[in-house]
Design a protein around this ligand. Sequence first.
Ligand SMILES: [Zn+2]
Length: 337
Amino acid sequence: MLFAAVAVSQTQRQAKNLDLVLPTDNDALFRGGGPDFYQYVDRDYNGEKSTPWEGGQYGFVRDPVETGAGVVYTRFHEGIDIRCLHRNEHGEPIDEVRAISEGKVVHTSLVPGYSNYGKYIVIEHNWGGSPYYSLYAHLNAIDVRTGQAVQRGQHIGVMGYTGEGINQQRAHLHLELNLMLSSRFEAWYNKFHRKDPNQHGKYNGANLTGLNIAQFYLELRDNPSLTIPEFLSKEETFYKVAIPKSRYFELPKRYPWMAPPNAMAHAKSWEVSFTRSGLPIKVEPSERSIKSPQIVYAKKSSMSVYYLTNGIANGSGEDPHLTVYGQIMMRMLIFPD
Ligand SMILES: [Zn+2]
């Protein structure tokens, strides 16, 4: 009987392993990454043109700006650009694109002009009781429908170069792995962005915030039982924002691992910790009474935090404040309050 019990618990543990697959035939990530894995970007820096593959990585890898404290990459790339491997006789990309894990297709965007992602697919995965969203962008063809269940490694589409700023030569798959910020995104969006209609419901890229998926693949390979909460627990907090108490605050409900158990009920407000890229990783109760979101901490730096927070905050590390954009973004977390 003991044997049987051990066997069951091992099976259960194995069933929890995420066991992600890469979405195309390109597996150079596991052989050092670099230019074999990442698609280059076209860069024009002070008139000097270059094609660095580094711009295809996740992170602050784009739009260098010269500041008093040196060159800073100000634009955040929320996913990875996986280089094309297969082309037909006309140079068209034909790489098959596959689901990285089992899940449900929750969004397919078929009109390239509706998003700078071009044609894209969002798949919802349920891992450890929380929803995560893989996103596959710049596709040529989409071969799944919204609502369809997909298996790990299942064909979902074909690589392309739809969307903004891409051409046939730079064809690649842009892949993200995301948390969702708010299920009330659409109402929030319609209030603050009335002129530019949202065609994607809550699966708009602005509501999906990406983690470092390349790093996650690499760490999963070494530690197959790694979970997302474990992975994110090692991320550095770059800034903290206090959020007024609201019954619409969903983050700790969707991602309970962000908050200490039972701490939410008695708090007067919450402090949300963000990585530099704006990924929420922790929620703590606070005794502070506030009426609107305010930044309460930013990592010290020799340059304006504006460059280091994707424009969420401004000022120095000692005296940071939310920009108007930052205020609006934080209100999304408790909208319509
Ligand atoms: Zn990309």
